[in-house]
Write a protein that binds this ligand. Structure first.
Ligand code: C2E
Ligand code: MG
Ligand code: MG
Length: 732
């Protein structure tokens, strides 16, 4: 039984539904002989049998109108008619209740009449009880079988309808091909999906409507009766929509197809003949499109829609294989934007993104059709130029790239002119592997950066050495702090008018385990570039303050200390917090500390640095502009930032002729005008000292007095400045 209380199809087919005891057999006894009629239920009693009794034709028809009977035991002679008329009634009313006729007539007419009218059996009165019982059992068994048969027939019809329904309303295309791969059957779904009418498909080879790439495969698999496919297959293929079909769209749909061979009877050779192929095709076009999008995203840069590093690598590998076969030359260009960080920091990421998209599009335009341009980092692009006739082609394209960026870009905050540094590596000269070529192009690009940016450079083996040095320097620098390899030197700041030392500038040294003592010019830029400068600055600040506190404890209470900071300290770190914490820790008065910053920092308008400088000044800390005059001095800033003093770069001091240096005079004038202190750096000779004194610049630093030296040496100079520093002939 199934859930609905119906016998299952399987039970019906195996006959289990007809097992005795599960069914009730209704029997109608029609006889006008009352004792005989009443005795029947007793004589024929068996489990599941129910009896109704009728004494006349009228009563019998009444009962029959109410319900069906499995068996009617029908007497022929009845008071209101005969049994044959009941059989006639049964036929007229298309009833199939089984009838066993019981009759005392001698003639055979009644028996023949009854059997012709469809009675199951005829029993002549008087009969033996066993005869009656046997006849009834037999009749009931037969009706039972007939009924089961009818029901099975009905069920089969139903299940055929069910299967037809399933096939015809399937969301997948269900098809059958003949041995030559021609459609023998397609369900209606093929019409709505492929836009063909069914009759257009029937008789047509499946390869005919497949995408071009799939045709040979389909021909080989399904259309060759000589070598038929006998295995089940799963394949993915593209089928062409009928352009004339609904919507007039003529695009390709992707299907996942499963096929099974349909085999016929066994032939003479013992093999079963292949009749055709049965298959189910599921439309996976949407999933495919979604996959395509995911693949696109995995291989492209979201911002510029250019290929990313992965795809570039693939294309480069492919191009290298081709170049190797053809013996041709190819180039990899590494293109890095100069000072892009400035745009992001100054104008924000919106303008930064806009600029990157603009640059990507101009770079693209300066390349040829078969070239690949990819974005491989924030402001880094690489180009692949396959099939060059000579290395000059690569140079020409590099020049074109530099030129195409000449026109400024329009950003929200105004115009911006971009320059790039381009490194070029050639196959096979500079490497035969993809990674190596990219790395060599990168090294060549780095060389352009070192020599002033905005240009191009071909890779050469000599660059490799520079690069390796730089990489190992970076690695060593990362460990220098924890290995305690940094030291400080101090250079005295001298007040020539009062003939005494005012203070000292802390200058950083790195005692490198292999290269000895290194000056900051050899490593500070690298530390800035790889983000280590913050930690180093804090270390310098701490040591310098500790030293100042020590000197003050030794009685040098009016000595001041200058510390150099990097512009990066103002971009990222909490420089104000770091400084004020140290002043508190070492109990130093703020004016005893002077921070030296470069002019460059002042140039970045809207920069958070401005705010931090103002806060430091509020603390009372001095702020000096180091190497003043070498940058782009915009004097308005001096006042805006409340700078306390200027340090004249030593190149102006060394250029001083006998009549002084007009630039120094101008700077001294400016300083006076803005109420700023002024210090001359790099004083090496007594003449320079003289001339600076004439201009009125009395604070000086330089080898003439002392090179940067240890704290002990400088402390000695605090006690007493050597008399020979100040020759008597100096004009005050
Ligand atoms: P600076 O701040 O302008 O320091 C003066 C530089 O000139 C020092 O070089 C000093 O040794 C050198 N010098 C001093 N007097 C003379 C002279 O009479 N003639 C010549 N030719 N040179 C003289 P140093 O120590 O190699 O420092 C170079 C630069 O490195 C410094 O220039 C400063 O910008 C930077 N620097 C030094 N220490 C630090 C530091 O702790 N942090 C940061 N961020 N930068 C530092
Ligand atoms: Mg300095
Ligand atoms: Mg300087």
């Amino acid at each position: 039984m199934n859930a609905d209380g119906e016998p299952s199809l399987l039970a019906e087919l195996t006959g289990a539904a007809e097992s005795p005891g599960t069914r009730i057999n209704h029997i109608l006894v029609v006889d006008d002989d009352a004792p005989l009629r009443r005795s029947m239920p007793h004589l024929l009693a068996a489990p599941g049998r129910r009896f109704d009794l009728a004494s006349s034709l009228g009563e019998a028809i009444e009962s029959l109108s109410r319900q069906h009977y499995d068996l009617i035991l029908l007497d022929h002679r009845l008071p209101d008619g005969n049994g044959l008329s009941l059989l006639d009634w049964r036929a007229e009313n298309q009833r199939d209740d089984a009838v066993v006729m019981l009759s005392g007539e001698d003639g055979i007419d009644v028996a023949i009449g009854a059997l012709r009218r469809g009675a199951e059996d005829f029993l002549r009165k008087p009969y033996h009880l066993a005869q009656l019982q046997h006849t009834v059992d037999k009749a009931l068994h037969k009706t039972g079988l007939e009924r089961a048969n009818r029901r099975i027939g009905l069920r089969l019809k139903e299940s055929e309808r069910l299967y037809r329904y399933l096939v015809e309303s399937s969301p997948d295309i269900i098809f059958m091909l003949d041995a030559r791969g021609r459609f023998r059957y397609v369900n209606p779904r093929a019409e709505s999906l492929l836009g063909y009418e069914r009759r257009q498909l029937l008789g047509r080879a499946v390869a005919d409507i497949a995408g071009e790439d799939d045709r040979p495969r389909l021909q080989a698999l399904f259309c060759n009766p000589e070598r038929p496919t006998r295995e089940a297959r799963s394949l993915e293929l593209k089928l062409q929509r009928n352009a004339g079909g609904s919507g007039g769209k003529s695009d390709m749909l992707t299907f996942s197809v499963n096929t099974e061979p349909v085999l016929g009877r066994q032939g003479a050779c013992g093999m079963r003949r292949l009749i055709g192929t049965y298959g189910v095709a599921r439309d996976i076009s949407d999933r495919k499109r979604a996959e395509d999008v995911i693949v696109y995203q995995a291989y492209h840069d979201q911002l510029t829609r250019l290929p990313n590093r992965l795809l570039f690598h693939d294309r480069l590998e492919l191009a290298l294989a081709q170049a190797q076969r053809r013996g041709s030359v190819l180039a990899v260009l590494f293109i890095d934007l100069d000072r892009f960080k400035l745009v992001n920091d100054t104008y924000g990421h919106g303008d930064g993104d806009h600029l990157l998209r603009g640059v990507a599009s101009r770079l693209r335009q300066s390349l040829r059709r078969g070239d690949t341009l990819a974005r491989v980092g924030g402001d880094e692009f690489v180009a692949l130029l396959p099939d060059l006739t000579s290395p000059d082609d690569a140079e020409r394209i590099a020049i074109k790239i530099l030129q195409t960026l000449h026109e400024p870009f329009q950003l929200k905050h105004g115009e911006f002119r971009v320059t790039v540094s381009v490194g070029i590596a050639l196959y096979p000269k500079d490497g035969e592997m993809a990674d190596l070529l990219i790395q060599h192009a990168d090294i060549a690009m780095y060389q352009v950066k070192r020599s002033g940016k905005n240009g191009y450079c071909f890779f050469g083996p000599e660059l490799n050495a520079n690069y390796r040095q730089r990489v190992s320097l970076e690695n060593d620098l990362r460990q220098a702090l924890e290995r305690d390899e940094f030291e400080l030197r101090y250079q005295p700041l001298v007040d020539t008018a009062r003939r005494r030392v005012l203070g000292a500038e802390a200058l950083l040294r790195w005692r490198h385990p292999d290269h000895g003592l290194l000056n900051p010019t050899e490593f500070v830029t690298v530390a800035e570039e790889i983000g280590l400068i913050g930690g180093i600055s804090n270390w310098v600040l701490d040591r310098a303050c500790a030293q100042l506190a020590r000197w003050r404890r030794m009685g040098h209470r009016d000595i001041r200390m200058s510390v150099n900071l990097s512009p990066r300290d103002f971009e990222h770190g909490d420089v104000v917090g770091e400084v004020s914490r140290r002043l508190a820790n070492y109990r130093l008065p703020a004016p005893a500390l002077m921070l030296e910053i470069t002019e460059h920092l002042m140039m970045q308008e809207g920069h958070a640095g401005a705010e931090k400088i103002a806060q430091l000044r509020q603390l009372g800390v001095g702020v000096a502009i180091d190497d003043f005059g070498t940058g782009y001095s915009a004097l308005g800033y001096l006042q805006r930032f409340q700078i306390s003093s200027l340090k004249i770069d030593r190149c102006f001091v060394s250029e001083m002729k006998s009549g002084g240096n007009p630039i120094i005079s101008a700077i001294a004038g400016i300083a006076r005008g803005f109420g700023l202190g002024i210090v001359a750096e790099g004083v090496e000779t007594p003449e320079q000292l003289d001339q600076l004194s004439v201009i009125g610049c009395d604070a000086m630093q330089g080898f003439y007095f002392s090179p940067p030296a240890s704290a002990e040496v400088v402390e000695g100079l605090f006690r007493e400045a050597p008399a020979d520093w100040f020759p008597d002939q100096v004009v005050q």
